[in-house]
Every structure is written in C-alpha cells, then in structure tokens.
Design a protein around this ligand. Structure first.
Ligand SMILES: Cc1ncc(COP(=O)(O)O)c(C=O)c1O
Length: 349
C-alpha cells in the first residue's frame, strides 16, 4: 500500500470549539485526506490541512454527476481511544457505488488506513459523550475538465471530518410519497450517489411544508411498497417480530440496518426481510398489531417514528419503542467500548 504523506497545521482549531454546542455539519476538522486518480491509477495519498480545492468549470462531476459518498463515525472509548465502526463495510459500499457510476475502485486498505490516520490526527475533535462522534465523509467525484458523456479519466477521493453532538432524536413524522419516487430497479438507488439526494430535496421540502420531517419512499412501479426514509432504512415490529423492506435493488444496503438486524436476532427476535406495503402497514396499525416503527442510519443511529402521513390518512405508530431503544443503547454501548464487541465491528485507530 502507498505511504500516506502527512502535512499538519501549525495550530489546531479544536481548542476553540464548544463541543456541547456543535452546529450540525458546519464545523470541519483541521485536515483532510486526499488522493488523485490520474493515468489509470490512484496517485500518492496525502493528509494535509483542509483547504479549498480549485475546480475547473468543466469538471465532469458538476455536469454529469459522477459523485458518490460515504458516511461513517469515529467514537472514543472511556480511555479516549478512537475507534471506527465497520469501516471495511463502508469501503466496500463505496466501491459498489463506484462500480454502478462507472468510477474507479478505491483500494479498501488505503480507504481504511486513510481514515485511521486522519482520525488519529484529529482525535482531539472526537466529542467524548455517548451518542456524539466525529462524522467522517469519504467521497469521490470526477474532476476531469471535459464536455461530453463518458466516464471521466480523473477523479478525486477525499475524506473530511466534522464533529457531531449527541442526537436527541424526537419521534419523527414521515410522509409516504405517492407522486415522486426515489429509486427504481435498475437505477442508482442502491448506490450512494449524490444525484439520489439531489432528486430527494424537493419532495422532502414539500413533506416538511406539510408538517412532516422526512419522506417515506414507496416503490416506483406501484407507489405501494415501502423502500426507505430520507437517509435511513426502516423497520417495523408487527405481531412480535421485525420486518424490514428487502434489498430489491432500489434500497441502500445500510450498515446500521445490517447491524440492527444482527442485534435483534441476538436478542432473540425474528427479522424478516420482505416486501411490505403501506396498505399492510396501515391495516396492522388499525388492528393494533403494529408495535414499533423506526429508522436506522449512521447520522442518527435509530430514529423512532411517531406517525406516517399517507394521502389524507395519518397512520399512528404509537409512542414507545422499547425494543428499538434497547437496540440503540446496545449499539451506542458497542461504539463506546462499554459493551463487548461480539461481532468484531470496532476497529481501533
Ligand atoms: C438513502 C439512505 N438509506 C439508508 C441509509 C443508512 O445507511 P447507513 O446505516 O449505512 O448509514 C443512508 C445513509 O447512509 C442513506 O443515505
């Protein structure tokens, strides 16, 4: 693997940050990892002070959208040792997205080593409170200046980091979208492609204007089968066991989703991955068989769902999620080293 050249700032800005009051997504650490793809290979990787990047106005990502990203978190244990959660899973998913978008693979060992060295250097930026973390954003985009529709020949892979305070998640309200869609089979929904999020912005704003927090996406063909939420996968507890929509080629394979399925099974619950329609959900709710509903994703961990708006109906989803709360506590406990990491998810930096 290539050596990572490191150039550090003279003085860290971390001392000036109020870690009890971190504006979400707006504070960035001192350094970034950066690597350029040129002449058919990734060139020398570097960690260097965070700075603006000169961009040619014809950079292909700006025109044709070859841009993908990942989202993950570094936490610290009680002794202050930084740790990463399932970093190799994110490396693999980045390359899955890259393949779908006609972009080059990024070497997984270098992805993880870059994260480790960046996190080690920025360890004073990791908020220590349980539920807080250093959010890490690896991303890749086409920076070749070219007007024309083909795969670019030059790319940048960058990792930036942003401290994130604890998410005091209030119960959220979702709007089941029956006009716009997020993804169809054969599209890019199972890739973490920037364009997926661009297309979700307007429907999300419309849902917010109706008093909802996020969009619940339904399938492209029937507008009936539940896919996922904003930036989360979704789970329901019906008749004592858990159901999550199957990965049908249009749903993102969430790493929190995988982890929650494992933890639910560890706790003795059956988890079904299958098609579930909004009609089935509404019926289960009416009949009192829908016991819990929650979203899962890196940003929030687990978000409890209060209600789903669907046409003129509002499907009430109850006001407690005891199993989801227990799973969330387990997940946070593993991430801060308080609980045994039975599945070898944590990687010490
Ligand atoms: C569309 C979408 N679904 C689900 C997720 C949850 O994935 P993960 O648990 O890997 O964060 C995310 C966030 O990455 C997302 O953007």
């Amino acid at each position: 693997m290539q050596n990572i050249k490191i150039q550090t700032v003279a003085e860290s800005r971390a001392t000036a940050v109020d870690f009890d009051n971190i504006p979400l997504g707006r504070t960035f650490t001192d350094h970034m990892f950066i690597c350029q793809y040129e002449d058919g290979q990734w060139q020398d990787p570097e960690i260097r002070p965070l700075e603006l990047i000169p961009t040619h106005p014809a950079a292909m990502a700006l025109h044709y959208g070859q841009a993908i990203f990942e989202g993950m978190k570094a936490t610290v244990d009680a002794s202050g040792n930084p740790m990463l959660f399932r970093a190799y899973d994110n490396a693999a998913r980045l390359n899955f997205s890259a393949a779908r978008m006609g972009m080059p693979d990024f070497p997984e060992e270098l992805f993880v080593e870059g994260l480790k060295q960046l996190v080690a250097l920025e360890s004073s930026w990791i908020p220590p409170q349980e539920g807080s973390a250093l959010y890490l954003r690896p991303f890749m985009y086409a920076d070749e200046p070219f007007i024309g529709m083909r795969a670019a020949t030059s790319y940048k892979f960058i990792i930036i980091a942003s401290p994130a305070g604890p998410f005091f998640s209030k119960r959220i309200r979702l709007y089941a979208e029956n006009q716009y869609i997020r993804a169809a089979q054969g599209g890019t929904g199972e890739a973490k492609a920037a364009g997926n999020y661009a297309a979700a912005i307007r429907p999300t704003e419309l849902a917010k204007a109706k008093g909802y927090d996020q969009v619940l996406w339904l399938d492209a063909e029937h507008h009936e089968y539940i896919q996922e939420v904003g930036t989360m996968n979704i789970f329901f507890k019906i008749d004592g066991h858990f159901v999550t929509p199957t990965l049908d080629g249009a749903v993102l394979d969430g790493i929190t989703r995988r982890s929650v399925m494992t933890l639910l099974e560890d706790a003795g619950y059956k988890v079904e991955q299958r098609r579930i329609s909004i009609k089935e959900l509404a019926k289960a709710a009416t009949e009192g068989r829908l016991e819990e509903a929650f979203g899962t994703g890196t940003a929030v961990g687990i978000a409890y769902i209060e209600a789903i708006g669907w046409g003129d109906e509002v499907i009430p989803l109850g006001d407690s999620s005891p199993v989801a709360e227990q799973i969330n506590a387990t997940l946070n406990g593993i991430k801060t080293g308080r609980l045994e990491d039975d599945h070898n998810w944590m990687l010490t930096v």
